[in-house]
Design a binder for this molecule. Structure first.
Ligand code: PLP
Length: 357
């Protein structure tokens, strides 16, 4: 089966096989990774290797701390303002869809949020031109969502932010293509798309941004505390961390983010080209900003949606229903979705349109 779920999403099969093989006895220790002390030499080795591999894959320099935190990406919506708002008290946010809006709503509880650009008027089908953003040099940071998982809208550029730290929610496109980390103050990503199991959230933060948390910040949300304790202030999500490490190893074997970016572009182009050349399927997003990871599409007649999904399921093409807030279909084609999965989807869509179109 090919699983097109937006998250938790499909993981590389070889990673799952390795996890299965190591489940009861990790490398002759007689223990599952799940049963190890997080302070043991074995687990510390697993944790450090995962961090090292992630640094290598994403090109993260020593100027940045890499944190393995919990609570998913959503917890970062409040963790970020609590840590970074500081004395300035205001932050700039770009609104490009449902996930931006959630980040904005949460940050608004802690300080003044200035929505400096929004594509809501277009139904979130495009990215506002950066030349028109009303950013402020007084903001504590500038937040944006490089890939809107629900809308299928993705930035094809990194915004310029010479005066204030750039903060990015890369939950659904982390490690999908090369990115210059040095352009960012903070990057965060819920793990359940391109990294591993849900609940884990990876944070890459420039070290000069540590130590600025408000007094009332919960200890578990204080980046400085988490960094000082190598993400082990409390018991970390050990098994998720281990699985993330296996995914990073797999990604290195595939040739890293450069190779992955080429494969992802090819997969996405194939699917969008097919949709554009069909008069039965449609995608509303400005072609320049179509997501490489999440491809929403509609059928010519919504009344056929259930039949489309039933038929897809029967062929092993799983979880193609669009997000409950937008309807239609969505194929999430993250790193671990093989190109053959996209080919199988296109074959099914072709047959369905022939029969029903
Ligand atoms: N941000 C983006 C872009 C997402 O796609 C998601 C989840 O799908 C989240 C945030 C929320 O992540 P979590 O469920 O880990 O809190």
């Amino acid at each position: 089966a090919y699983n097109f779920c937006a998250g938790p999403a499909t993981l590389p099969e070889s990673v799952l096989r390795q996890a299965r093989d190591e489940m009861l006895d990790w490398r002759g220790t007689g223990m599952s990774v799940m049963e190890m002390s997080h302070r043991s030499d074995e687990f510390v080795q697993i944790a450090e290797t995962a961090e090292k591999d992630l640094r290598e894959l994403a090109g993260v320099s020593d100027d940045y701390a890499v944190l393995f935190m919990q609570g998913g990406a959503s917890s970062q919506f409040s963790t970020i303002p609590l840590n970074l708002l500081g004395d300035k008290g205001s932050a700039d946010y770009v609104n490009t869809g449902i996930w931006s809006k959630k980040a904005i709503a949460e940050a608004s509880r802690y300080g003044q949020v200035n929505v400096v650009a929004s594509s809501e008027d277009s139904g979130f089908t495009t990215i506002p031109d950066q030349a028109a953003w009303k950013t402020s040099a007084e903001a504590a940071y500038l937040h944006y969502t490089p890939n809107e998982t629900i809308g299928g809208l993705e930035f094809d550029f990194v915004p310029d932010s010479p005066n204030v730290p750039l903060v990015a929610d890369m939950s659904s496109n982390m490690l999908s293509r090369p990115v210059d980390v040095s352009r960012f103050g903070l990057i965060y990503a819920g793990a359940q798309k391109n990294i591993g199991p849900s609940g884990l959230v990876v944070v890459i933060i420039r070290k000069d941004l540590l130590g600025k948390a408000r007094k009332e910040t919960p200890t578990m949300m204080n980046y400085q505390v988490i960094a000082d304790n190598d993400s082990m202030y409390n018991t970390p999500a050990t098994y998720s961390w281990y699985l993330a490490g296996l995914v990073f190893k797999w990604l290195k074997e595939q040739g890293g983010v450069q190779a992955m970016g080429e494969i992802n572009l090819r997969k996405a182009r194939k699917l969008y080209d097919f949709i554009d050349n069909s008069d039965f399927y449609a995608n509303p997003i400005d072609p320049r900003f179509r997501s490489w990871m999440n491809v929403p599409f509609t059928l010519a007649d919504d009344a056929l949606n259930s039949e489309f999904l039933r038929g897809a399921n029967a062929c092993g093409l799983l979880n193609l229903a669009g997000h409950r807030s937008v309807g239609g279909m969505r194929a999430s084609i993250y790193n671990a979705m093989p190109e053959a999965g996209v080919d199988a989807l296109i074959d099914y869509m072709t047959d369905f349109a022939k029969e029903r179109g």
